[in-house]
Design a protein around this ligand. Structure first.
Ligand code: SAM
Length: 212
């Protein structure tokens, strides 16, 4: 299975390097993850392009550059151990996180997407991921605190419940905004959250509630 896609995945890695992704662990994970398994059959020919693609239910698989950068940002601020992902989507970002961090918890509000993602991760033998169907605005209190939190949909305002689930020294990367969105990093230091604006981005919205 791996041989067919490896050339395309390697080319994608070279492109990401040119765009400034440096972390070897992240690049290795991108090279080793068959992105074509995370999209519909009709879009497979586009699966190693550096673009977001539709995955149904009005949602998207994130652009590989964004997946890599958000993961790299957490590593750069020293996150290690367990991370929470809000917005499993196709499970592609989850698969990258699973190869970089010890333990991944991932929440998705749309049940059908969550089931598909779960099947894909099992197919790839990534067993350090625990998933649940639910509203990620609330995080996952019983598994908190987390060293890192990654939110893959844009929040209108800063989700305080998520910040509260960071361990001291932990960090959250999240797009904030509606029309204009900014990828934002929060680092928890004691009872303070240091905020850094990273880059303009475009994500689907983080929606409250869950869909059965
Ligand atoms: N990183 C994912 C990937 O590579 O496939 C892409 C995720 S997609 C851009 C955003 C996802 O967030 C969607 O699947 C959407 O259903 C989910 N989402 C939106 N609001 C949510 C919420 N409150 N809780 C959990 N998931 C949510």
């Amino acid at each position: 299975m791996l041989n067919n896609y490896q050339g395309s995945a390697n080319a994608l890695v070279e492109l990401l390097k040119q765009q400034g992704v440096e972390d070897e662990l992240v690049l290795k994970a991108i090279a080793g993850t068959p992105r074509h398994l995370f999209v519909d059959e009709v879009l497979k020919h586009k699966s190693y392009e550096n673009t977001a693609l539709p995955i149904g239910q009005g949602q998207t698989i994130s652009q590989p550059f964004i997946v890599a950068k958000m993961t790299e940002v957490l590593l750069q601020v020293g996150v290690k151990g367990s991370v929470l992902e809000v917005g499993t989507g196709s499970g592609y970002q989850t698969a990258i996180l699973a190869q970089v961090f010890e333990q991944v918890f991932s929440v998705e509000r749309i049940k059908s997407l969550q089931w598909q993602a779960r099947r894909r991760l099992h197919l790839l033998d990534l067993y350090n991921v625990t998933m649940k169907h639910g509203d990620g605005w609330k995080g996952w209190t019983s598994k908190a605190p987390f060293a890192g939190i990654i939110v893959t949909a844009a929040a209108q305002s800063v989700p305080d419940e998520l910040l509260a689930q960071l361990q001291d020294g932990g960090a959250m990367v999240i797009p904030i905004g509606v029309e204009e969105q900014t990828l934002t990093l929060f680092v928890k230091q004691g009872d303070q959250y240091i905020r850094h604006a990273l880059a303009p981005v475009r994500f689907v919205p983080l929606v409250a509630g869950e869909v059965g």
